[in-house]
Design a protein around this ligand. Structure first.
Ligand code: NAP
Length: 283
């Protein structure tokens, strides 16, 4: 069947969701792949989540992405959860199965790793330790991705130590939890440091960290994409470190979603990246 013989319908469920840039990107791919279809922002309050998910099949959706604040609650609603979502403890993508059941997975880890590998192809997982700052939902996906890639030591610093400790106990010995006050020294000898906190996001304070111990060869990555360049990335750039912003993570997690929904592998083109970045600059 050609891409013009069926309706491609998917969306993103969140609350609020009107700010989401996902429709821009998925509808770009609809055009690029000559698909007749639509990717919709679906504004659903937590109290309506179960009803909204049960309506996906009768409405003809192939699947949907799940965003804040529904990523954890969705675990309790879908029919099946794959091992990745279960380990990360959050669902970012749902696919309708042939029998009408809902399968939940998590593609955020893939988005982070694919973006890192595209932007910094010389980075090697086995070249040294990584530091992850933050131990929330996104941190779990980033840690999963780094471990999947073979990073042997991930120093995990979080404001609330207990959360980092819990994550380490679940993920295994590659994760070394450290108290918040160690965040500056933890940067010694690392190949990459990743900010997964909300610090530096528009409306929040900058991440409170000194980069004095960061090797010049290390990559500084932030998964925040509003703004595209956080104060943490600006500081890293000024001292000569290579950087990575969060927009690519959002773009690349869409690739496995399309494979799962439509059996199509879309491409993160420079044009798409530029389009997404310019839509964010306007904020
Ligand atoms: P979350 O689960 O609420 O976790 C928030 C994290 O930030 C926790 O580790 C929290 O530490 C830390 N934090 C909050 N306030 C802090 C402060 N004042 N000082 C130090 N640490 C602080 O949120 P999330 O879902 O992981 O999202 C985190 C960020 O990632 C958000 O900015 C989100 O937009 C971004 N994100 C980006 C993508 C992408 O595709 N690029 C995907 C997902 C998320 P405590 O544990 O001490 O509270």
């Amino acid at each position: 069947m050609s891409n013009t013989d069926r309706l491609f319908l998917a969306g993103v469920i969140g609350w609020p969701v009107s700010h989401s840039r996902s429709p821009l990107m998925h509808n770009y791919w609809m055009k690029q792949n000559k698909c007749i279809g639509l990717y919709l922002p679906l504004a659903v309050q937590p109290c309506g989540l179960a009803t909204a998910l049960s309506a996906l099949k009768p409405l003809g959706f192939t699947g949907c992405n799940v965003t804040i604040p529904h990523k954890q609650m969705t675990l309790k609603i879908v029919d099946k959860i794959d091992e990745t979502a279960s380990t990360i403890g959050a669902i970012s993508c749902i696919t309708l199965q042939k029998d009408g059941s809902l399968l939940g997975t998590n593609n955020d880890w893939y988005g982070f790793m694919a973006n890192l590998k595209q932007e910094h192809p010389d980075w090697r997982a086995n070249a040294g330790p990584a530091v992850v700052i933050g131990a929330g939902g996104a941190s779990r996906a980033v840690c999963y991705g780094l471990m999947h890639e073979g990073v042997e030591e991930i120093r995990l610093v979080n404001r609330t130590y207990a959360k980092a400790d819990t994550l380490a106990k679940q993920f295994g010995k590659s994760i070394k939890p450290l108290p918040w006050k160690m965040r500056h020294q933890a940067l010694e000898d690392v190949t990459i440091v990743i900010n997964t906190t909300n610090q530096g996001m528009v409306g929040e304070l900058p991440l409170d960290i000194s980069l004095d111990h960061l090797p010049n060869s290390a990559i500084a990555a932030d998964i925040i994409y509003v703004p595209l360049e956080t104060p943490f990335l600006t500081a890293a750039k000024h001292r000569g470190n290579r950087t990575l912003n969060g927009i690519g993570m959002l773009l690349h997690q869409g690739i496995p979603a399309w494979k799962q929904w439509f059996s199509i592998e879309p491409v993160v083109t420079p044009e798409l990246k530029e389009m997404m970045e310019s839509s964010l600059i306007k904020i």
